[in-house]
Design a protein around this ligand. Sequence first.
Ligand SMILES: C[C@H](O)[C@H](O)[C@@H](O)[C@@H](O)C(=O)O
Ligand SMILES: [Mg+2]
Length: 402
Amino acid sequence: MTVAATKGLPKIKHVRAFTVRGGGADYHDQGEGHWIDDHIATPMSRYPEYRQSRQSFGINVLGTLVVELEAEDGTIGFAVTTGGEPACYIVEKHLSRFLIGRSPAEYEKIWDQMYFSSQYYGRKGLVVNAISGVDLAIWDLLGKLRGEPVYHMLGGAVRDELQFYATGARPDLAKEMGFIGGKLPLHHGPAEGLEGMEKNLSLLADMRSKCGDDFWLMYDCWMSLDLDYATRLAHRAWDECGLKWIEEALSPDDYWGYAALKKNAPRGLLVTTGEHEATRWGFRMLMDMECCDIIQPDVGWCGGVTELIKIASYADSRGVMMIPHGSSVYSYHFVITRHNSPFAEFLMMHPGPTEVVPMFAPQLLGEPVPVNGRIRASALDQPGFGVSLNPEIALHRPYSNS
Ligand SMILES: C[C@H](O)[C@H](O)[C@@H](O)[C@@H](O)C(=O)O
Ligand SMILES: [Mg+2]
């Protein structure tokens, strides 16, 4: 085929950014009585008024960002991530100038321009969430224009299926559903003293008795601990309950604390973190400072697919496992192509959680869910990320770039 026959892809003609409430990519935005908002330890737990509910301090204040890119031929690529109205402003008023009139095949140059043009006020958090949402929409559009699933464009599957551990309040049910492990949210932090520590350990012991000795059990500490508490919890949870890993125990900025925790953790217990870290530079810091055994970037928060390729390659070169934070199809298409990503996270979004429901429900139609804790690679064989926006959800477009 001559170059002429493969003339460039249709250019991006329209950029639209919407916000949506109620679950989906901002998966903490749930109704009353959901396990994900039930006295979970956070850095705000030191304030009793913010201890019972993470929504009380605003964990769901942003909502979902939907990025839609329409090409000249009418093809639409889209993606969802956490960002809401402020992220819509960044996409429409700043990032759109690097997209309109450009080919989606230029994702490297577009990413570079989005990141370095916003570096003076971005670098991590909301701005890189917005960049990630745009980047994921570019990859979705590219796949739809080329008629290829994203995982094909990333090098193809290195295994026939994905296997998952489940995050939620019921690892005992997760075991029955075929998951390879269960990650519990930690409920009590340092402010609740030894009484809280004993409650954390008795819950873990109860789950160990229900799940047996071989089922993976993990604790997700959501940045809530100090180094002393994390080290004591790590040793007791390993000695008494065979904890597999302690996740995000400290502030994402405390690289020094993580390095000390990993150094002092019991041999055999894994230290993990990364879901609130961003870019190749942030993850290089985690790995160069020996902060953790597994990095857990969220592809909707760390910079998107284009940046995760760089992060995952650096981790692979150092023999570090890269297990992305739960981000639905956006991580499935990536994980299936990486040797250093042997399993993935499935966030149980049912309120119990007593059943498997799509992670980003109700926003994505066609979102695959694990059956017996697994998803076949063939379930991803649709162009782009293989999902479409649920037409029933109310999209709000607060700004415009035209
Ligand atoms: C369960 C945890 O508290 C968070 O809500 C969760 O989203 C995240 O930390 C995870 O690793 O899934
Ligand atoms: Mg986590």
